[in-house]
Design a binder for this molecule. Structure first.
Ligand SMILES: *Cc1c(COP(=O)(O)O)cnc(C)c1O
Length: 374
């Protein structure tokens, strides 16, 4: 049986009629860039997350870049982030002229290790960017405490964590992205909430930063030729806004489907000691990815491939170990956990439309690999 790692086709079929109508509406109105469809989506997404301000931008990388610029981050500054993330997080830091400073991740959650942050804080540090990797929120309580003690800003890269929740002492359960100074999201097609192209948003509780971010993302203006300062061009398209508006209505349902699949995986793998599943106290995972850890990763992946099951590796090379960051002069020993994960993590098929028989088949093959009777 063929099991894809992710399949966007089925979801599109499910909402095809609504989507086609929405796209036609945008074309009929000619609101191709920004406009009502985008502002409607901004309003709806903000209300889902229970936050006052949401700004549509071109993509999730720009969202981080713009948030950093709004906080005044630039040349000679340092920004702390996790060694285990997609390169976009660090690229956005470099784009401002600042230097990314990597911190190792935790073995249990794969997220930035709060205990290793303070060592990396210098006179130049301006901000921390935790990433809610794979859909599991980072430990925001601990991170906010460190940030407050050292006068640092916090931007939550929530590109993989739409609707995830994190428990913060004193504040209760909060949506990922709403705890720090800014939250940023990507709607790259494969994300939990995906557009039909590139799109992203920035969210914040701060009105003046929200106004400035909206201007910066649109050539430094609020009205057509009135430019208060120089900005960039990073705007959401009307068609993406209209599509996201429709898909947002399904996001809870799709997230619940991801959780059901994850629960089944978790249950099936409990009895396989050689296979670790993520452990996450007091956090609500949204399973953008379902990542297991095993010393036999390459063998397991090969076995699954032979059985027509597609898997992924997120990520095969930790950021500090990439040629792109060789100039920072790190060694693998500086990031023992992230470096070890390179050869141990495996992402299993995970998307809301994954069928029960496909899921059962994946589980059966994994149990078979470890010589377990199902
Ligand atoms: C997808 C992603 C981004 C960037 O998103 P784009 O929309 O592709 O620019 C940033 N950070 C993380 C962790 C991501 O997964």
């Amino acid at each position: 049986m063929k099991v894809p790692f992710v399949d966007l086709k089925e979801q599109q079929e499910e909402i095809k009629v609504e989507i086609n109508r929405a796209i036609q509406n945008v074309i009929d109105s000619t609101q191709y860039i920004k406009g009502n469809f985008v502002s409607e989506f901004e309003k709806n997404f903000a209300s889902k997350l229970n936050i006052p301000y949401c700004i549509g931008v071109g993509n999730g990388t720009d969202a981080i870049y713009i948030a950093l610029k709004m906080l005044g981050v630039g040349f000679n500054d340092e920004v702390i982030t996790t060694a285990n993330t997609f390169i976009a997080t660090a690229e956005a830091i470099t784009m401002t002229g600042a230097k990314p400073v990597f911190v190792d991740c935790e073995l249990s959650t794969f997220n930035i290790d709060p205990n290793k942050i303070e060592n990396k804080i210098s006179d130049r540090t301006k901000a921390i960017i935790p990433v809610h990797l794979y859909g599991l929120p980072a430990n925001m309580g601990a991170i906010m405490k460190i940030a407050r003690n050292h006068g640092l800003y916090v931007i939550e890269d929530s590109s993989q964590a739409h609707l995830a929740e994190v428990f913060v002492e004193g504040a209760g359960w909060k949506k990922a992205g709403t705890v720090g100074d800014f939250g940023t999201f990507s709607f790259y097609p494969g994300k939990n909430l995906g557009a039909f192209g590139d799109a992203g948003v920035i969210i914040t509780n701060n009105e003046s930063l929200a106004i400035k971010a909206r201007m910066f993302a649109d050539h430094g203006r609020l009205s057509k030729y009135n430019h208060d300062f120089e900005g960039i061009n990073s705007r959401m398209d009307g068609i993406q806004g209209a599509i996201l508006n429709i898909k947002l209505n399904y996001l809870e349902k799709w997230t619940a489907a991801r959780r059901t699949i994850a629960a089944k995986y978790n249950d099936a793998f409990k009895s396989i000691p050689q296979l670790s599943i993520p452990n996450y106290p007091e956090m609500h995972h949204v399973y953008h990815l379902y990542v297991v850890r095993t010393e036999k990763r390459n063998e397991l992946q090969k076995y699954l491939t032979q059985n027509e099951i597609s898997t992924g590796i997120h990520y095969p090379i930790a950021l500090p170990n990439l040629p792109a960051y060789a100039h920072l002069g790190y060694s693998r020993e500086d990031f023992p956990v992230a470096s070890m994960l390179e050869s141990q993590v495996l992402s299993l098929p995970m998307f809301p439309e994954l069928k029960e028989i496909q899921l059962d088949y994946v589980i059966e093959k994994i149990r078979e690999f470890y010589n377990k009777k199902s």
